[in-house]
Design a protein around this ligand. Structure first.
Ligand code: ZN
Length: 233
C-alpha cells in the first residue's frame, strides 16, 4: 500500500518535485502493536452483551491499525482494555486509561454506532499527558479523523459530511469539523500532519506551530483556505 502510494506520487510528480519532498504525500505508518487482552463487563447492562461482543472483536481488529496511524514509538500500551457497559450514562461513551465505558441505553437506540468504539479506542492509544495549552478540540478532532476518514470513510462520503458554516465554524469546534479540517490539510499539504500533531500532544507541547511547520501557513490562515476551498458548506 505504501509502495503503491509512493509509486503513484512519483509518477505524478517526478518532474516537478524533488524526491525528498515526496514523503508529504504518504501517510507515515508505525509498526502495528499487538492488541492487549480485551474484556467486556455487562453486569449493569446485560442486554448489551451481543453488541459488547461485536465491540470487543472490533477493538481486537482495530487496535493494531490505530497504533500504526499515530506516533506510537514511545507509547506505553495498557495491560488490558476493558469495555464496561452501563445501563445509563450522561454521554454515549468515554475513555479513561485502558477503560472504555459505554452507555447501554445509547447503543440500544443506536445499534449501528460501532464507529463510536473506534473513536474511544483512539483515546486509549492517545493517552496524552496533561497539556497546559488548550488542546481538547484537537484530541477530539484526531479521534474523529481516525474514525471517519480511516474506519468508515464511505459513511462519511455519503451522509457523515459535516457542513461548514464559515460564519460560525472554527477549527476549535472539535469532533467532525476539526476532523474534516485535518483530512483536508493532510490531503492538500502534508499527510504527516496528524501523526506530527499526535507526537506534539504526546510531548505535552503546543500543537499549533505544527500546522505552520508542515503546511507553511499559520493555523488561522490555513483554516481560512479550508473554508474557502470547501465552498463554505
Ligand atoms: Zn472523544
Amino acid at each position: 500500500m505504501i509502495r503503491f502510494a509512493l509509486g503513484l506520487a512519483v509518477s505524478l510528480l517526478a518532474t516537478a518535485t524533488p524526491a525528498d519532498d515526496l514523503d508529504r504525500y504518504v501517510y507515515p505508518l508505525r509498526p502495528q502493536l499487538e492488541t492487549p487482552p480485551v474484556s467486556i463487563e455487562v453486569t449493569d447492562s446485560p442486554e448489551s452483551e451481543a453488541w459488547a461482543r461485536r465491540a470487543k472483536a472490533l477493538v481486537e481488529e482495530w487496535y493494531p491499525i490505530v497504533t500504526s496511524l499515530l506516533a506510537t514509538e514511545e507509547f506505553r500500551p495498557p495491560q488490558e482494555i476493558r469495555l464496561v457497559f452501563r445501563r445509563e450514562l450522561n454521554v454515549p461513551a468515554h475513555a479513561s486509561g485502558g477503560t472504555i465505558t459505554i452507555n447501554g441505553d445509547w447503543i440500544r437506540r443506536n445499534p449501528h454506532d460501532l464507529g463510536m468504539v473506534v473513536h474511544e479506542l483512539v483515546h486509549v492509544v492517545q493517552a496524552y499527558p496533561r497539556n497546559r495549552h488548550n488542546t481538547g478540540w484537537l484530541v477530539e478532532g484526531i479521534a474523529d479523523y481516525i474514525r471517519w476518514w480511516r474506519y468508515e470513510p464511505e459513511l462519511m462520503a455519503t451522509r457523515g459530511r459535516t457542513r461548514i458554516d464559515p460564519a460560525k465554524a472554527k477549527y476549535t469546534d472539535a469532533y467532525r469539523t476539526t476532523a474534516y479540517f485535518l483530512a483536508w490539510a493532510s490531503r492538500t499539504h502534508d499527510m504527516r500532519l496528524v501523526p506530527e500533531l499526535d507526537r506534539a500532544l504526546r510531548r505535552a507541547e503546543d500543537p499549533r506551530p505544527v500546522f505552520e511547520r508542515l503546511t507553511g501557513k499559520p493555523l488561522d490562515e490555513l483554516w481560512e483556505a479550508f473554508v474557502k476551498e470547501s465552498g463554505g458548506s
